[in-house]
Write a protein that binds this ligand. Structure first.
Ligand code: ATP
Length: 229
């Protein structure tokens, strides 16, 4: 499988405080990769760096063969990385439909296809985002990322704080996206669901990535050592 995202040896800082000390991570075409680690280990910082919301000091972020640091922002933004950020940010005063259309770029994902994935969004098409439940807002955040017609979808804590039934709906949708061939990088706390959807896992600890491998190779020793489970 061809590599779509290749992160190698990145370091990143918040002011003078170093958060990443050398993160390596790969996502191949059509693959789902789980980025795992305890709180504060550097998962969100890694994602922010990939999405150019932060700059890295050392190392490289290469997407589809292009070094992101060398591209002007407008070009990097159009390469095809769709982010579902932590905290499901949507435009509160826009309707569901307006939120989706505002994110749209040419491609196979449009309102009709999002409605098939999340029928509840179609039902709430003309409601303002602020009137949606947490789960519906999360569906909308995923819908917005899909409307950009990404080649890589990145989900940061997409099921955080949601009721079990809604979480299951979100995981079902993520599985469907994976089956449809989308490449996915996902951060979440639910190990069981993560390992059901993901092909491979990368573990982040204290700003480095000490272990990466197939889901099948994730032993109890590894989950206990790095995830405290
Ligand atoms: P969580 O699961 O809690 O979101 P995480 O693995 O995503 O954790 P990060 O949010 O990437 O971890 O944090 C990595 C390190 O960077 C932590 O030590 C954190 O305290 C620090 N950090 C994160 N955001 C900031 C910030 N805005 N300013 C300063 N330090 C930060």
């Amino acid at each position: 499988m061809k590599s779509l995202l290749d992160v190698s040896g990145i370091t990143a800082f918040y002011g003078s405080s170093q958060a990443l000390f050398g993160v390596d991570l790969q996502v191949r075409e059509g693959e789902a990769v789980a980025l795992m680690g305890r709180n504060g280990m550097g998962k969100t910082t890694t994602i922010k760096t990939i999405c150019r919301m932060m700059s890295h000091r050392d190392g490289n972020v290469v997407f589809d063969g292009q070094d992101l640091a060398k591209l002007p922002s407008h070009k990097a933004a159009r390469l095809g990385i769709g982010l579902v950020p932590e905290g499901r940010r949507c435009f509160a005063n826009l309707t569901v439909f307006e939120n989706l259309i505002a994110a749209a770029r040419d491609g196979a994902w449009d309102f009709a296809r999002i409605s098939e994935l999340f029928p509840r969004l179609a039902e709430r098409r003309d409601q303002k985002a602020l009137t949606l439940s947490g789960g519906e807002q999360q569906m909308l955040a995923i819908g917005r990322a899909l409307m950009t017609n990404p080649r890589l979808l990145i989900l940061d804590e997409a099921t955080e704080g949601l009721a079990p039934v809604v979480r299951q709906e979100i995981w079902t949708a993520i599985s469907q996206l994976k089956q449809a061939g989308l490449s996915i990088l996902v951060v979440d706390k639910s190990l069981k669901e993560l390992t059901t959807v993901a092909d491979r896992c990368v573990i982040v600890e204290k700003g480095i990535t000490p272990w990466a491998g197939n889901v099948a190779d994730l032993t109890p020793e590894i989950t206990s050592r790095y995830l405290g489970l």
